[in-house]
Structures are given as structure tokens and as C-alpha cells.
Design a protein around this ligand. Structure first.
Ligand code: F6P
Length: 372
């Protein structure tokens, strides 16, 4: 195997806290191996653009990056296998990517991302590009790893908002609906709902029934509406709903009818639909809030810093040893975790969703393990 001298790193898909620590970990360990790293801007788009737009990364440049949220080298949802041509037509431009990797003098690519970004990496690997993947997504839906960067910080961010939504809801006697991201996986909604003390949590893995929600509200709130606060009974409720949750007789609620280059619709709006239904069908006053992109915002949590640094360093080791076509994988979460490499193809076409049997009470719409 020829010695690796220069590699490129890119971040694709939705940004997530933990990416910059991963880049720092990669650059530091790569330097130990005598490997130079350059940052490729805006995910796979960088390798479709005119050459030259790379950011040399060395220890002094990335020294403070472990404290930064988002990604300092930008991100996009570009899919080189379905790139958009003028007029909107989609074409396969992956050969240009392969050529540009060589033109930039890159011996390998480290791709940090979720299933889409890593899926592109896997296909490029089969076309001869040496790749190593780093798992990232606040949705925590990647198979082959217990952790993907961003989840812990998003969990913290969402829990904080759920917590804060209790005071207005309590003061006014509302049902507060909080809509949380996660696409088709309910991990973020379920665990933030538990941590934030939500009364009900609705997740994509189990279609809900409106009638059951009204019953559960009635059990909790009874006739408290418009009455003075009563120590015996709460007069508000917080319902966390995942953006991908659906009623048994309903449909996925989307922002519009557009799809990205990987075929995903933008989910959003189920929270408002639910709040309106509650107002129409019960005597309770309801409000909804959709948390949107700030869920992924802000500085990485300690877990995302540690996992990012470790993932990045492990990716550099993999490259130095010529272990390509793999993704860094964690068993357990920092600090008690073990890292290994799995075939990058492991992540393709599968989604790790909430294990309903184990964790979800389909009658109470809550975590099974605790009797809330
Ligand atoms: O995959 C991360 C995620 O934040 C999902 O939870 C969400 O559905 C999606 O990205 C939002 O997409 P965009 O960042 O393109 O608006």
C-alpha cells in the first residue's frame, strides 16, 4: 500500500455539534502519523466545484475547534450521484468527484455524516476512492454504532426547552405541544421527553390515536380548566411529538412537497396539527412550538466533545493503517466506550429506530421502564 500523505475531510448533511471536535481529533492524530489534512468545504459539493477551495488544517488552526458547534468547514446535502443540473434535472457526477480527489492530490477522504453522506462515501469507495466514515446525526438512527455525533447536545438543548415550556403552560393551564426533530426515529423525542418530564411522548415508531391522547389528558387534568390551582392535580400538560410521528388514520406532516437530493421530504407541522385538534375536540387550551434547527445549535456537550475527538483520532489511525471502506463505530458512550471499525456499507438502507418492545408503552405513550 502506498503511504498516505495528504487527506481531505468533509462534513455532510445537517450540521451537528461534535463535528469540529472530530476534525480536531483527526488533524492532531494525523499529524502524529505525518499526514497532512485539508478541509473540503460544504460536504460533497466541494468535490464537484472548481478545484482549489480547500482549507489547510493543522494543529494551530483547529486548536480551539473542540469548543465550536456546527461545522467550521460547512455542510450541504449534495449528492454527487444525483447532482442537480441547470433546469432541475438530476445527473450522476460521481466520476468528477473521483477525478477531483486525484487532482487535489488526496490519498483518502474522511466523510463525517449520516446515512446519506456515508452512503455516498460507500459508493465512492466501490469506485476506488479510499474513504473512512465518522458517524454523525442528532437523529441517532445510524446502524452499526451506539453513538453518532450531535445526539447528546441536541438532547440537552431539547430537554432545556421542554423544561422551560412548563412554566408558561403551568401559569396558563395549557397543553403545551413541543415538536422535536429526528426524522423517522423517535430517539430524540423519547429521551428528551423523559428527561424534560413530558406527560406524553409521541414517536414515529408507533402511530398514535387522537382519542387516546384526549383520554390521557382528561385523566391528568380532569376539570381543572378555569379553576384555581389545586395541589392535588396538575393543570397543565406537556406533550412531546416527534416531527415524524403520525396518527393511526393520519399522514406524515411535511413543510412543503419538495424533496432533497437524497429523496427526503422536510418534516414539520405535526405539533400544530395536534394542538389544533386538542383545542377542537377537548375543553383544554393548547399551544404548540416546533423547535427547528436550534435543536442542533450551540457548543457541543462534553459527550460530543469527547466522542468527536475520539472518533476523529480513530479515523486518522484507520487511514494510517490503510483500513478503508470503514466507519468508526462506538460500543457504549463516552467515557465508557470502545471504538472499532465497521464496514461502511453497514449503514446503508437501514434505520436504527426506537425499540418499542423494550422502551415504549403504547397505552400511556411514554417510556415503558418508568411508571409515569
Ligand atoms: O437529520 C438531521 C435533521 O435535523 C432531522 O432531524 C431533520 O428532519 C432534518 O435534519 C432537517 O433537515 P434540514 O436541516 O435540511 O432542514
Amino acid at each position: 500500500m502506498a503511504q498516505v500523505k495528504r487527506i481531505g475531510v468533509l462534513t455532510g448533511g445537517g450540521d451537528a455539534p461534535g463535528l469540529n471536535p472530530a476534525i480536531k481529533g483527526l488533524v492532531y492524530r494525523a499529524a502524529d502519523h505525518g499526514i497532512e489534512v485539508v478541509g473540503l468545504y460544504d460536504g460533497w459539493r466541494s468535490l464537484l466545484s472548481p478545484l482549489g477551495a480547500v482549507l489547510p488544517l493543522d494543529r494551530s488552526r483547529v486548536r480551539r475547534w473542540d469548543r465550536d458547534g456546527g461545522t467550521n468547514i460547512g455542510s450541504s446535502r449534495t449528492n454527487p450521484f444525483k447532482a442537480i443540473k441547470e433546469g432541475g434535472e438530476r445527473v450522476d457526477r460521481s466520476d468528477e468527484v473521483v477525478a477531483n480527489v486525484a487532482n487535489l492530490g488526496l490519498d483518502a477522504i474522511v466523510a463525517c455524516g449520516g446515512e446519506d453522506t456515508l452512503g455516498v462515501a460507500a459508493r465512492l469507495y466501490s469506485k476506488g476512492v479510499p474513504v473512512v466514515g465518522v458517524p454523525k446525526t442528532i437523529d441517532k438512527d445510524l446502524v452499526g454504532t451506539d453513538y453518532s455525533l450531535g445526539f447528546d447536545t441536541a438532547l440537552r438543548n431539547v430537554t432545556e426547552v421542554i423544561e422551560r415550556s412548563r412554566t408558561p403552560a403551568g401559569s396558563h393551564g395549557w397543553v403545551q405541544v413541543v415538536e422535536v426533530m429526528g426524522r423517522h426515529a423517535g430517539h430524540l423525542a423519547l429521551w428528551s421527553g423523559v428527561a424534560g418530564g413530558a406527560h406524553m411522548i409521541l414517536i414515529p415508531e408507533h402511530p398514535f390515536r387522537y382519542e387516546r391522547i384526549y383520554e390521557l389528558l382528561k385523566q391528568r387534568l380532569g376539570e381543572t380548566v378555569g379553576k384555581p390551582p389545586d395541589r392535588e392535580r396538575p393543570r397543565y400538560s406537556v406533550i412531546v411529538v416527534a416531527e415524524g410521528a403520525q396518527a393511526e388514520d393520519g399522514e406524515l406532516v411535511t413543510v412543503d412537497d419538495r424533496h432533497d437530493a437524497f429523496g427526503h421530504a422536510r418534516l414539520g407541522g405535526i405539533g400544530e396539527v395536534l394542538a389544533r385538534r386538542i383545542m377542537a375536540e377537548t375543553r383544554y387550551e393548547a399551544r404548540s412550538v416546533a423547535l427547528g434547527h436550534p435543536q442542533r445549535g450551540g457548543a457541543p456537550s462534553p459527550v460530543d466533545r469527547i466522542m468527536g475527538l475520539m472518533f476523529g483520532a480513530r479515523a486518522a489511525d484507520a487511514i494510517a493503517r490503510g483500513e478503508f471502506g470503514r466507519m468508526v463505530s462506538a460500543r457504549g458512550i463516552a467515557p465508557a466506550c470502545e471504538l472499532s471499525l465497521v464496514e461502511i456499507t453497514t449503514v446503508l438502507g437501514k434505520t436504527q429506530t426506537v425499540d418499542i418492545e423494550r422502551h415504549y408503552d403504547t397505552e400511556r405513550y411514554h417510556l415503558k421502564e418508568i411508571g409515569m
